[in-house]
Design a protein around this ligand. Structure first.
Ligand SMILES: [Zn+2]
Length: 265
């Protein structure tokens, strides 16, 4: 067993308002507004720094009606990380809000599941509904990076560094991966979009953007199996994350949360 342990940061870069009816399948019959936050994550110790997802760019986000609060590289700088120096970036899946700023990381290798790359370059993308959350420029860029030997492929569940493992959890997309990180409070599971909201996991209600509902539902259970408790599962888009976890400093309240510290609620 490795004794590696990391600081874990959720960094908000965007937001939008949506509706429950547009987000939850078989959810509350009474429609109501619901906020969505957009994050990138970073994990760090004295040995290494790894960034998880790169967010959308201003143009793509605003085209889709999302608010762009700060470029993800500016967000990372708030916790002392220079995007241009990062050597490893895990891309949980290729959706526009997770893979839209690859060029901000000119020295990084990008870690992806085999199945995600096959999915975004294959027959599934002939379906408008399935391709609508991808930006073609991100997909083309990832193909270029693959040919440039800057993509590291993973198949299923793998440890990629001491105390850091990726876990294939399809359902939202075919090749989505969540990330488990060793921390001072035990392993923390960064679900990314294997669970958009706490509610998805707690009530097993599917999110409305999906590739396979059955696998998404199985994924909620897998997240719980990977974590020592529900308080160790961090959803990918829930504004409650910034309320439950402490900020690293008063100035970063509402922007950055420390996920390696115990949640307060
Ligand atoms: Zn997302």
């Amino acid at each position: 067993m490795s004794s590696a342990s990391y600081e874990i940061y959720a960094i908000k870069y965007g937001e939008r308002m949506g509706s429950r009816g547009g987000m939850f399948v078989y959810g509350d019959p009474h429609d109501a507004p619901v906020a969505m936050d957009y994050f990138v994550w970073a994990i760090r110790n004295s040995e290494r720094t790894i960034v998880i997802d790169v967010g959308y760019g201003r143009e793509e986000g605003e085209r889709r009606g999302r608010t762009f609060l700060r470029s993800p590289d500016e967000g990372l700088r708030l916790v002392g990380i220079e995007a241009s120096e990062v050597e490893d970036v895990i891309i949980t899946h290729m959706h526009y809000d997770h893979a839209g700023n690859l060029a901000l990381f000119p020295n990084a290798r990008f870690h992806l599941q085999d199945e995600e790359v096959a999915y975004v370059t294959g027959r599934a993308m002939t379906h408008k509904v399935l391709r609508s959350s991808y930006a073609i420029d991100d997909v083309v860029e990832m193909v270029r990076l693959t040919h440039g030997e800057r993509v590291v492929f993973h198949a299923g569940d793998e440890e990629i560094a001491p105390g850091i493992s990726v876990h294939h959890i399809p359902g939202h997309t075919r090749g989505l991966q969540s990330v488990r990180v060793a921390s001072q409070r035990g392993p923390v599971v960064l679900a990314s979009d294997a669970a958009h909201y706490y509610e998805n996991v707690e009530k097993e209600t599917p999110f409305a953007v999906l590739e396979n509902m059955y696998l998404m539902l199985e994924g909620f259970r897998k997240l719980r199996k990977l974590a020592p408790s529900d308080a160790h599962v961090v959803p990918g888009h829930d504004p409650a994350v910034l309320e439950r976890y402490p900020a690293p400093s008063a100035e970063l309240e509402g922007i950055v949360a420390r996920l390696d510290l115990a949640p307060q609620a």
